[in-house]
Write a protein that binds this ligand. Structure first.
Ligand code: NAD
Length: 484
């Protein structure tokens, strides 16, 4: 079944411009080329920004409630075409179909949530110090929103940015992730089929340093929302800062999962496996530091090691983890493991590519390491793959201090049956998301997500908080005279 054109086009206003140069898109499971995308640059970004700018005033004039109805249609269409979208995601990202279906459902839920926000769009009405004066705030769109997304969960990544940007009345230019652009192509088409006026949402494929940078630099883009690495987030913040452009940055993590001496160890093992290895560890919220109390360390590590060795690689429905996104990422991770071992960390299992005749793509064995130097690259740098490191601590205070000894601050989890420990952890872990007795991941469309320090710049998306990212508050004063 052919689900997409072999050359996946940009979606810019009324035109689908031809681009001479193209980039290959690979299925990470097979390492085979499945499509090509235009290698867009400044010209395509200019055209997309102009289209968004031209379409935005009418979209802004469309009542929020009506914009919400269009988002409802979009949600219904995605749901109706969920099989097609999920198959595309599974192929371009190298995932189990079941996982891709879960992500499609998350995108639908996100569209429904923001459709409902079109009926609210709350401002505030406040008292004024002056007689006869009404004071209030209303929300106004930013204008043209430039969105840049990562490859790991392509459908939710699209939904988390595009739907709040649209409901707030912005014109949108989305730069897709070059490894997983095909799902964005289909989602863009479904948006137009559902009645989104042409030009309101423009989708441009290409490389980060070319199309992405051109979008960030464009003087007619009013705000940038970026999901990706801390390295690129810093570049974007610098460029946007020079223009005093509004920026929302959803960046990386080095998330800790703490196993206390009173934890349910089976539950802790189950969540550690999911946090560290689901989606092949390619989550900003992946658990890459497992901090275990001395008292239960040996028992926990025994069970975790047995369970990790039993994990099945592949993309069939009975598999536990698939490949990483591309060859470059696989090479990076093998290099990081070699450097960690050279630096004194011990390899408990995994540590090498798992590519074989059945798994021809970019597979890495799920990797457990122990005893890294807390200041080493392994301890401090996000690797974004199925690699996690175990740390032994004597007690709760040492656990919390290790959790916070990180340049990042995205998520953290604690496994304990003690309510005092749980609540203290929720207060003291220096993160944007704290979880008790669960994984380090698992965010929901109606809840704000985001992190501290190198994990972001303080904004929160999605949830109602995303409206603060994609709209500007305007204060309105109404002055009236008493009637005579
Ligand atoms: P990346 O930073 O390399 O790329 C992300 C996007 O930025 C891609 O679309 C890429 O083309 C673009 N880009 C690259 N260079 C650019 C530049 N100079 N200017 C503008 N755009 C540029 O990240 P990746 O490897 O694709 O994704 C993994 C990263 O994303 C991890 O760090 C992960 O933690 C992070 N992530 C964060 C969240 C979150 O919500 N906090 C969610 C998912 C992924």
């Amino acid at each position: 079944m052919i689900l997409h054109p072999s050359l996946v086009p940009n979606q810019i206003g009324h035109d689908i411009p031809a681009t001479a140069d193209t980039i290959a898109v690979f299925d990470p499971h097979t390492a085979r080329e499945i499509a090509r995308i235009p290698r867009s640059g400044k010209a395509e970004i200019d055209a997309a920004v102009a289209a968004a700018r031209a379409a935005q005033p009418d979209w802004d004039a469309t009542p929020g409630v009506r914009r919400g109805e269009i988002l409802h249609h979009i949600a219904n269409l995605i749901e109706a075409r969920s099989d097609e979208l999920s198959r595309i995601v599974a192929a371009e990202a190298g995932k189990r179909l079941a996982d891709a279906r879960g992500e499609t459902a998350a995108a639908v839920q996100c569209a429904r949530f923001f459709a409902g926000e079109g009926q609210r769009m709350f401002g505030r009405t406040m008292p004024s110090g002056m007689a006869g004066r009404w004071a209030m705030t209303i929300r106004r769109p930013c204008g043209v929103a430039g969105l840049i997304i990562a490859a790991n969960t392509p459908a939710p990544n699209f939904a988390w940015k595009v739907f709040p940007a649209l409901i707030c009345g912005n014109g949108v230019v989305l730069k897709t992730a070059e490894d997983t652009p095909i799902s964005s192509w289909l989602l863009g088409r479904l948006c137009e089929e559902a009645g989104l006026p042409k030009g309101v949402l423009n989708i441009v494929h290409g490389l980060g340093a070319e199309a992405g940078q051109a979008l960030v630099e464009h003087p007619d883009v009013d705000m940038i929302s970026f999901t990706g690495s801390t390295r690129v987030g810093r570049l974007i913040a610098e460029t946007a800062g020079r223009q005093l452009k509004k920026v929302s940055l959803e960046l990386g993590g080095k998330n800790a999962l703490v196993v206390c001496d009173d934890a349910d160890l089976d539950l802790a093992v189950k969540w550690t496996l999911l946090a560290a290895f689901s989606n092949a560890g390619q989550r900003c919220a992946a658990g890459s530091r497992i901090v275990v109390f001395d008292k239960v360390y040996d028992a926990f590590v025994d069970r975790l090691l047995t369970a990790t060795r039993a994990l099945k690689l592949g993309t069939a429905d009975d598999c536990d983890l698939g490949p990483v996104i591309n060859q470059r990422q696989l090479d990076n991770m093998v290099g990081a493991i070699e450097r960690a071992v050279a630096g004194g960390a011990a390899l408990l299992c995994g540590g090498a590519p798992a590519t074989s005749a059945d798994l021809p793509g970019y597979y890495l064995q799920p990797t457990l390491m122990t005893d890294p130097d807390p200041d080493s690259e392994l301890a401090r740098t996000e690797l974004f793959g199925p690699i996690t490191a175990l740390y032994r601590v004597p007690d709760f205070d040492h656990a919390v201090s290790l959790v916070n000894r990180s340049p990042y601050g995205l998520t953290a989890s604690v496994h304990t049956r003690d309510i005092d420990r749980a609540l203290t952890f929720a207060r003291k872990a220096h993160v944007g998301v704290a979880v008790v007795n669960g994984g380090t991941h698992g965010s929901e469309a109606h809840m704000p997500f985001g992190g501290l320090n190198a994990s972001g710049n303080g904004t929160r998306e999605p949830g109602t908080e995303a409206l603060d990212v994609y709209s500007e508050l305007r204060v309105v004063y109404l002055n009236s005279q008493p009637p005579h």
